[in-house]
Design a protein around this ligand. Sequence first.
Ligand code: NAI
Length: 255
Amino acid sequence: MTGVASAPHPTPLLGKVVVVTGAARGQGAAEAEALARAGAQVIATDIAAAPGCRHLDVTSESDWSQLAAELEESYGQVHGLVNNAGITWRARLGEVRPEDFARVHAVNVTGPLLGIQHLSPLMPPGASIVNVGSTAALTAHYPVAYTASKWALRGLSRTAATELGPRGIRVNSVHPGYIETEMTASAHPAFRMANIRETPLGRTGTVDEITPLVVFLLSDDSSFISGAEIPVDGGLTAHGGVKSVSDAPRTEAGG
Ligand code: NAI
């Protein structure tokens, strides 16, 4: 063996300007902090007020164009975008109203579309976009408006990776499993326990288990990764729904 292994760069995002949506709390807030620790100039945005957070409603074209104009003026370029803002709506198939279906789609899909449309013109080769999907995007999760929106976001991500690739811009998706945030705090306790049962690692995840992947995907360390979809879910989606089937003989045997 030759050479000496070098330590990972502590600030892989030094000099990069990165926009995070939905950064007032939860995963977005943790991502904004981690990206700043990695050296990025972070523009944290949200509709909710929070210290250090700039107002941006992801569904508003004028909010996005104003942000793009300001960033062009201040920095000239944008190197990263984390489309993290998202909402859920827990109505089932038979109950969901078209207006709620459309509202969820507007935030979870049109929001990322507008972000990409307005900021990608400012992106140089090497820039990176991360879309925050969900394991709902890989399964038949019951809140149909949310599930359909996250599947649509997968389609948007892949088209964007294809369209922007020739300009050297990468687009990837992360698919969190059950992460403890205010979004999941409002879920039924039985839903949480069922998720834990279906998760091979046997627990829920934390926001700090999402952020290292987001930092990696925004850094040049992932320079040949584009169009990828990476679950961060403790193994939830890997078994394709057969965990209880696999566990059954063991349970029957009492072991
Ligand atoms: P959260 O509800 O704690 O935070 C979401 C943030 O988005 C809030 O600060 C909210 O104000 C903001 N937001 C909502 N509508 C917005 C809009 N129109 N414009 C700008 N910001 C807006 O949720 P959490 O858990 O941090 O979720 C972050 C992302 O991760 C979402 O896209 C969510 O769908 C996704 N996700 C969450 C999972 C979880 O278990 N918590 C699992 C899988 C995916």
